[in-house]
Design a protein around this ligand. Structure first.
Ligand code: HEM
Length: 187
């Protein structure tokens, strides 16, 4: 993935655990100190090796680590670096999720080797929504859960998050999340 993602992880670890812990994580991973150019795409293996080294060092499971990173990305890293883009994506969670593909599309001219995820929202009732997450990768479900938890906090809406179905694709996966909003959640 793009160096931008690696920088996000570095920023989470250094701000929450300190620079020395980050150095250890980097040393014990397959990533070199040259894996952090924001606009360069690196093999996903490098990203995964940083995540697994971080989870070993922080004594978290890989899924806890991905979830914490998703929440940090949404609440700290993206607002700190791309706030205008985030603000124009939506004023409430469902509008925001419906515009997420536009957000990634918007930056795809700068990120040329980009393989962003796709998010599609189906309205089931006024309060229940199915969120279809499709990725060319496997194993990022907990990252998405962390992003969704961040979204709850960003908009201060108590959304129920459950996995409805998981489907492996030839390349990547398709996960359907069932989101349950409180009756006044969109307003
Ligand atoms: C606001 C600024 C954002 C920027 C600049 C951004 C940029 C990126 C970039 C560069 C990647 C790596 C893709 C690759 O290397 O092929 C990525 C991946 C991803 N992004 Fe975003 N993103 C942003 C916000 C969001 C938000 C708000 C969400 C969801 C709530 C999101 C969900 C994801 C997911 C799940 C991936 C992992 C890739 C996958 O699932 O295959 N992003 N994004």
């Amino acid at each position: 993935m793009y160096g931008l993602i690696h920088r996000g992880l570095e920023s989470m670890v250094t701000s929450q655990y300190g620079a020395d812990i980050w150095k250890k994580i980097l040393t014990n991973s397959d990533a070199g100190s040259d894996s952090f150019l924001t606009m360069r795409s690196y093999p996903d293996q490098i990203t995964l090796s940083l995540i697994s080294s971080a989870s070993r060092e922080l004594e978290l499971s890989a899924s806890e680590c991905l979830e914490a990173f998703g929440e940090y990305w949404l609440l700290e890293f993206a607002p700190g670096n791309y706030n205008t883009l985030l603000e124009s994506t939506g004023r409430e969670p469902i509008e925001f999720l419906k515009n997420l593909d536009d957000l990634h599309d918007h930056i795809s001219s700068a990120f040329t080797e980009f393989s962003p995820p796709s998010f599609v929202v189906d309205d089931v009732t006024e309060e229940i929504f199915f969120l279809h997450y499709r990725s060319s990768r496997k194993g990022l479900e907990s990252f998405v859960v962390g992003l969704l938890k961040g979204l709850k906090k960003r908009f201060e809406v108590d959304i129920g998050i459950e996995v409805e179905t998981r489907e492996e694709l030839e390349v990547g996966e398709h996960i359907v999340f069932k989101l349950t909003l409180p009756p006044s959640g969109r307003h």
